[in-house]
Design a protein around this ligand. Sequence first.
Ligand SMILES: [Mg+2]
Length: 264
Amino acid sequence: MLGSYRNKLPAYASTYHGDRNGGLDSKEAFSSFAEECYDLGYRAFKIHGWHEGNAKEEAENLLHVAKTVGDKMTLMIDPACQLRTFADALYVGHACDDAGYFWLEDPYRDSGVSSFAHKRLRESIKTPILQTEHVRGIEPKADFLIAGGTDFLRSDPEYDMGITGAMKIAHLGESFGIDVEVHACGPAHRHVMGAMRNSNFYEVALVGPDSPNTMAPVYECGYTDMIDCVDKDGYVKVPEGPGLGVIYDWNFIKANTKALTVYE
Ligand SMILES: [Mg+2]
């Protein structure tokens, strides 16, 4: 019903945030985890840095990861608005330029909503910017794009008013010749991206050493967004069949329900 452009999607391993507790707690840990992801089949990797937002530490980390796997993986970084100032975003942006990052996403603590500031950032660095995860719905995203605040648009069928809303944003991007990157993972996300030409990578989020993902095991048909969901070339399949193409495990869902909201 959506129309189909493709039935498999190139995926990236999207890490959980850096920690100080034996997980992704150093640039060496990030690099060796990137190597692990490469061995699983991933050909793209995205860093979520530390909550402290230390620009020097973030820059050193992204440069080290690029030195380790940059010749064989496409790299992105998402400080998730944890860098404190515009100057920090510039500093990390220049490191992205040096290392050839594919995109820089939500760098600093304007909370990802200032089109003016990100236009200024785009004028100062070469690395493409990915904004509008925190700018919800088609009209504000159109304003942000027209104001020059981003290179890529973000779209999410959960954040942006369903599959219909996410597809409107896909077509908004297409009408401007812009790519739209789908945020996070799930069956609806795969269908949306499968129906789009102008999108590059599927986000397997959030993964790390000893943490195969945070997605609940709510399917009984073998569908998975765990870290090992990619094939040897780093692709995931778009589910087939009616609806979302998956069968939900309602026994598991009912047994683990903590709250219920009904929209009518
Ligand atoms: Mg993000």
